[in-house]
Design a protein around this ligand. Sequence first.
Ligand code: ADP
Ligand code: MN
Length: 515
Amino acid sequence: MDSVGVTASAPDAGPGPAWQSKCPWGAPSTTSISCSLADVMSEQLAKELQLEEENAAFPEVVAVAEGPFITGENIDTSSDLMLAQMLQMEFDREYDAQLRREEKKINGDSKVSISFENYRKVHPYDSDSSEDEVDWQDTRHDPYRADKPTTTPRRGFIGKGKDITTKHDEVVCGRKNTARMENFAPEFQVGDGIGMDLKLSNQVFNALKQHAYSEERRSARLHEKKEHSTAEKAVDPKTRLLLYKMVNSGMLETITGCISTGKESVVFHAYGGNATEDKVIPPECAIKVFKTTLNEFKNRDKYIKDDYRFKDRFSKLNPRKIIRMWAEKEMHNLTRMQNAGIPCPQVVILKKHVLVMSFIGQDQVPAPKLKDVTLSSEDMKKAYYQILNMMQQLYRECNLVHADLSEYNMLWHDGKVWLIDVSQSVEPTHPHGLEFLFRDCRNVSQFFQKGGVAEALNERELFNAVSGLNITADNEVDFQAEIEALEKMNEDHVQNHGKKLSTFSSDGDPPIYDE
Ligand code: ADP
Ligand code: MN
């Protein structure tokens, strides 16, 4: 065969311009290659060339450190496989969504509708997407389904003379087999055949039965695994994909491991990646993943339901979106605190139910909680005054009540106290805002009084000092009654005037407590 000259040369020879070295496909080679037509047509060669090109363009594969969500021996393969599976799942979902649109179009307003259920790709167990929450028509309760074929009586045959049929009759058996398919697990898609006069041979039936059983077991396994991962680690496939995206985009360098597994969230440590135009990524980050299981959050409805900032949206949302709102709330609250100069994590980014913030601690070691650290009496006193100050700032400058303030949500780092965990924080005019504040005050007072800080105010004094209110009751019961009365007054005001009082205190700015 004749040799065909294939020349790959740069438009302008000589040292390439600057863009060439930056080109993601690499700089065009200036040497010319000659090869035969056979070579040009060779798939092998094409593959090799492509590989060469890819290697040049992507010299480094972004590596993810062995994290809690990587299993298996070969990291790259397992994560690739997982990504592929996730992509497939997304694709299947899109396919189903299209199917649904077609189904809707065909059915229109007609009283008689047809279902495409059996053509769906996503197995019912795989579907957990909020976007795809649609009530699928349940074909298992199809009213048009044919009655069960008549069974053969005990004596083993029906009919008379030459019309006699035994239970071994091929046709009867076939029909029976078809009917028996109904006994397969309800999740098993048996197709549209049940309403028709279908005859399944024993061989086909047995094969199907076997498949149905193994499918049932697989589903159960899948389901169990999924439940497990969502409940235990909050990193379901969707969350993992979100985290991988953060690493792949270069925003995070590596996710090193889990710092904390709480009831409502899981917190990971990560090393920050490259800064973007508008964002500097801290060298170490904490990733708070809000759990997508809802049990725990049900108890916390009251924090968000009555928060007017979220009120309108709350009622319309499905549970998954409510979880996202928790994350959003934490972000907004942290930002307010940051603006007031309160030591707290700095928000890096929020993606759905995943909040990335700066890490309080160093070299992967999180700062200890106040409950776990032994402070000198001097530091203890310093911490107390700092917290008193922060509570006032939080109330007055951020217009917030922490609502879960205790030695569990305060970290000791760099010789000072840092506030964390503010997803449940509310504004003071929240219908229960003052009650939450009182509870915070009680936790703080008790902790420091037990910790030997003689100057520590009692909870009622602290409440007044933070809120600027002047509740005079000298016992807890009366004090709380007054708090509730104030809250009610505010609620009535909202009812009558359609808006809330901007603040509870009317007599000017209360004195700021300080050291
Ligand atoms: P939860 O609602 O589960 O209590 P938190 O926000 O309190 O969630 O986080 C749980 C734990 O994770 C904290 O007690 C703390 O030890 C750790 N943690 C959370 N955020 C950070 C952070 N930004 N830096 C360091 N550690 C953190
Ligand atoms: Mn906490």
